[in-house]
Design a protein around this ligand. Structure first.
Ligand SMILES: Nc1nc2c(ncn2[C@@H]2O[C@H](COP(=O)(O)OP(=O)(O)OP(=O)(O)O)[C@@H](O)[C@H]2O)c(=O)[nH]1
Ligand SMILES: [Mg+2]
Length: 459
């Protein structure tokens, strides 16, 4: 028994979304799945992995005409006997089937309990189970590719290679301590340093790619920033292809930040429109300006918008100097209404970011696709790693790898100072424990419960 869940129970849940659909799937898992299915299903014989046709009935009352499959353990998702019932996609029918299964001995599944059972039965490690949620939550190709890579067990096998290296290293040190001889101790220190360096290098590589992994998984934050009336809200609308933000000729129209999500070349971009930045005595506008600065601070890329229909002002230059330390694109808007010497004036900005200047017209849509390409180009500037090559993207895993790195660096210091070799063992074991949290080899039960509680019921 863990948290009142009895793992001998046979569990049941609707596996598809609760709404109208062509078909719905009710899933049973546990040792009594076949027995329960036989007591509620009237139709052809249930054989392993053969689809049968018939009716689900509550005693004599027919609930629905269904197809049904029995899958014998252990080659199933959960590792237990499983039954899937394909009924008509009515929420009423699906609920009645679930109720009837419960009447006949099943228990309602908790959120994520099917996947948790798979984890407890060794079908998946914890990193793969977490990838299942990511696959379900993915809304872009990149997010899906990162999640599928993790689900395939790539991170799991890297972590198990690293932990096996560390385990061997610790064992070697412990043998040396049991049979002390100076030459052997020296040799052990050298070999241990070599191993620790290999592990540190791999861990550093994982951490380096994790920033990109987080973006693929959670989205690339882009804030649209500029003076009032330059066309920030118009730009947001042009990228979205719909009139989401209010646009007027009145400076100070946008008061609050507006966050939107859009797929650009398979990457989720979180685009934030902000209030025009200017000095204001208006209480509400001042809050809007603070929020605009906050959005710029949180962004990975800033779209700094200028208005080509008017001269560049000192305020434009001052604002640019405030944001230019972050990765940014200078967006020259209102190309259709530009004043003649605009490009000459641009020199006043004194920018060294000339590669990232894009001219657009938010009202006609001209230049918008160039700007989208530029956003992705800037994101790819530091790395060309594809989503399917990223191993580390989950914040819980990243935190564990950071702690492992810290312990490994301490172990390396200890080894390099050539004190008795066993003094490095505490930190090597620390690194081992931290890495084990990723696969679930050693992790608290409440952490496991929290992870699975984020799942939907039926997964
Ligand atoms: N000619 C022309 N006008 C534009 C263009 N883009 C925006 N405008 C106009 O510029 C004015 C301001 O546009 P907004 O998008 O509201 O500007 P904003 O930067 O969001 O302004 P605030 O919310 O006040 O900070 C509106 O009248 C738009 O129609 C453009 O490409 N060409
Ligand atoms: Mg606006």
């Amino acid at each position: 028994m863990i948290n009142n869940q009895n793992y001998d129970d046979t569990i049941v849940a609707l596996a598809t979304a609760a709404g109208k659909s062509a078909i719905a799937i009710v899933r049973l898992s546990g040792k009594d799945s076949l027995k329960i299915a036989r007591s509620i299903f009237k139709g052809s014989e249930l054989n392993d992995r053969v689809m049968a046709y018939g009716h689900i009935a509550d005693n004599e009352n027919i609930i629905d005409e269904v197809n049904i499959v029995y899958m014998k353990a252990p080659k199933t998702y959960t590792g237990e006997d499983t039954v899937e019932i394909y009924c008509h996609g009515s929420i009423y029918i699906a609920q009645r089937i679930v109720e009837t299964a419960v009447k006949n001995g099943a228990r309602l599944a908790l959120p994520g309990e099917f996947t948790k059972t798979a984890f407890l039965n060794g079908k998946l490690d914890l990193s793969q189970a977490e990838a299942v949620i990511d696959v379900i939550n993915s809304s872009t190709k990149s997010a899906k590719d990162v999640a599928l890579n993790q689900l395939s067990g790539r991170l799991k096998s890297s972590i198990s290679e690293l932990t096996s290296l560390l385990t061997k290293c610790i064992a070697r040190i412990e043998v040396t301590v049991d049979y002390p001889e100076e030459d052997i101790e020296d040799l052990t220190i050298d070999e241990s340093l070599e191993t620790v360096d290999i592990v540190i290098n791999y861990v550093k590589k994982l951490l380096l790619q994790s920033e990109r992994g987080k973006v693929f998984k959670n989205g690339l934050r882009c804030a649209i920033v500029g003076q009032p009336n330059v066309g920030k809200s118009s730009l947001l609308n042009a990228i979205l292809g719909e009139s989401r933000a209010i646009v007027t000729p009145i400076a100070g129209t946008t008061r609050d930040t507006l966050e939107t999500h859009i797929d650009i070349s398979g990457v989720e971009v979180i685009l934030t429109d902000t209030a025009g930045i200017r000095k204001s005595e208006d209480f509400v506008e001042k809050i809007g300006v603070d929020r605009a600065y906050q959005a710029a601070e949180n962004a990975q890329i800033i779209l700094f918008v200028l208005d080509m229909s008017r001269n560049i002002s000192n305020e434009d230059i001052e604002l640019y100097n405030n944001i230019k330390s972050k990765p940014h694109i200078i967006v020259l808007n209102k190309e259709d209404a530009t004043i003649t010497d605009y490009y000459m004036q641009l020199e006043e900005l004194n920018t060294d970011n000339t590669n990232n200047i894009v001219t657009i017209s938010a009202s006609s849509g001209k230049g918008i696709s160039n700007l989208e390409d530029k956003i992705i180009e800037l994101f790819n500037e530091d790395s060309s790693l594809l989503p399917s090559e990223i191993e580390l993207s989950n914040v819980r895993h990243i935190d564990a790898v950071h702690r492992a790195e810290k312990s490994l660096l301490m172990a390396r210091d200890t080894l390099q100072s050539r004190v008795p070799v066993d003094m490095a063992v505490v930190d090597l074991k620390g690194a081992l424990l931290a890495l084990g949290e990723i696969t679930g080899a050693n992790v608290d039960e409440d952490v496991i419960d929290t992870i699975f509680s984020e799942f939907c019921v039926g997964k």
